[in-house]
Ligand binder design. Structure first.
Ligand code: C5P
Length: 396
């Protein structure tokens, strides 16, 4: 099927009859918050689980249920709604609804919309574990995949029926991530990208360490955005408390030394390297193997300088396109530009350490050979997308 180009962000959210329909309320809230234009379509059975009034209040638009809605100008909601949509997501999708899509049945508005569509269809199955495992459902899922339909989930865990296993609908956040990935132009398709993120931990003794306040949020956001843009992403991650982004290869590296080895061992095949991690500049010269006792009034720690991972990568003979981060507390642009030149980077991201560290938003300036590009203050995921768009533009 020839699909319309994605990008404008109009989503039809289909809700079918299953207890997971209650999660669709939170999903609509998140979609609206992410500036996605949501039109909710419900089956009659879905209305037994959650009311159209709830969905209308959250989406800000009347909900369509029946085929014969006179408010649609041409009287053909299946054509009108599917013509306008950039994607259709059915969440929850019951076993029965999935079977209908497989066979091209169109006996209510939602199934007719799916048949009449000219856009991608995403399906989030939700059903009891036995229904999911039934060979008939598995055959149907394979057929959907063969027809180019994206399957989101299901997840495993406790089910409303009391059983535990595969079949639960993905949580709203995960579905939102799936939709966003679908709406993101694949500017980095075919590119391999390695990202470092988070703080490093330099052991002083078995129970104490030197670290910093980096949360890893910026690096994780870049990894997620790069995966959404079609890149093959490796994330070398120091200490963070964050959930791993989806479709990203994860290598954990605690110390600066571990991070250096993890990066160098994987750099040869990369097209892009983005050093976001706050790598410790120094580590204890000889960490104690036993816990240091509180006996002295003055304790001196001897520190040795760590290798600068970014500078080493940038000076490799076949260096990938390298991007650095400069977190400063003063003279931001001047220090950042000096760093860009010293480390021989095509691009550096300048941010105030006080603005950036730990927060969900950031305000950055991109510095390249053409000068400064100020990005407006925004959530880190938005900054990540703008940064990667800039990188994709420089690579063209
Ligand atoms: O020189 P400074 O540490 O401020 O440079 C910050 C940039 O260098 C960041 O991109 C950081 O990830 C990278 N860096 C590195 N290895 C180090 C120190 C910093 O890759 N040892």
């Amino acid at each position: 099927m020839a699909h319309k180009k994605l990008g404008s962000g109009k989503l039809v959210l289909g809700i079918t009859g299953g207890i997971a329909a209650y999660k669709a309320a939170e999903l609509v809230r998140l979609l609206v918050k992410a500036n996605i234009d949501v039109q909710v379509v419900m089956t009659e059975a879905a209305c037994q689980f959650i009311t159209p009034v709830t969905m209308q209040a959250l989406s800000g638009k009347p909900v369509f249920i029946g085929m014969w809605d006179s408010s649609i100008a041409n009287g053909m909601p299946h054509i009108e709604l599917s013509r306008e949509a950039d994607a259709i997501l059915v969440a929850p999708a019951s076993a029965d609804f999935i079977a209908k899509v497989v066979h091209g049945q169109a006996d209510d508005l939602l199934s007719t919309l799916c048949l009449a569509r000219d856009c991608p269809l995403l399906v989030a199955p939700a059903m009891n574990k036995q229904m999911w495992e039934n060979p008939a459902t598995q055959r149907n899922i394979n057929q959907l995949k063969a027809d180019g339909i994206s399957i989101l989930g299901p997840a495993s865990g406790e089910q409303a029926c009391g059983e535990v296993g595969l079949g639960r609908m993905l949580e709203a956040e995960a579905l939102l991530a799936g939709v966003i990935a679908h709406f993101t132009p694949k500017l980095l398709a075919g590119k391999r990208i390695l990202i470092t993120a988070g703080a490093t931990l330099e052991m002083i003794d078995p129970v104490r360490a030197i670290t910093n306040l980096s949360s890893g949020k910026m690096g994780y956001a870049i990894a997620q955005a790069a995966a959404d843009m079609g890149a093959e992403v490796t994330l070398v991650s120091g200490a963070t408390a964050l959930a791993m982004p989806s479709h990203v290869k994860n290598i954990s590296a605690t110390s600066a030394q571990n991070m250096y080895q993890a990066v160098m061992g994987n750099i040869a095949t990369q097209d892009i390297f983005i050093g976001v991690a706050a790598v410790a500049d120094y580590s204890p010269a000889s960490p104690s193997t036993q816990k240091i006792k509180k006996s002295k009034s003055l304790l001196t720690l001897e520190l040795t300088a760590n290798k600068d991972i970014l500078a080493e990568v940038a000076s490799l003979p076949n260096a990938p396109f390298c991007v650095g981060f400069a977190a400063e507390t003063e003279n931001l642009l001047e220090y950042a530009e000096a760093k860009r030149q010293a480390k021989k980077l095509p691009l550096i991201v300048a941010n105030l350490a006080t603005n950036a560290m730990g927060s969900d938003d950031n305000q950055v300036t991109l510095l390249d050979k053409n000068g400064a590009h100020v990005l407006p203050r925004a959530p880190k995921i938005e900054i990540a997308k703008l940064l990667l768009q800039h990188v994709a533009g420089m690579l063209l």
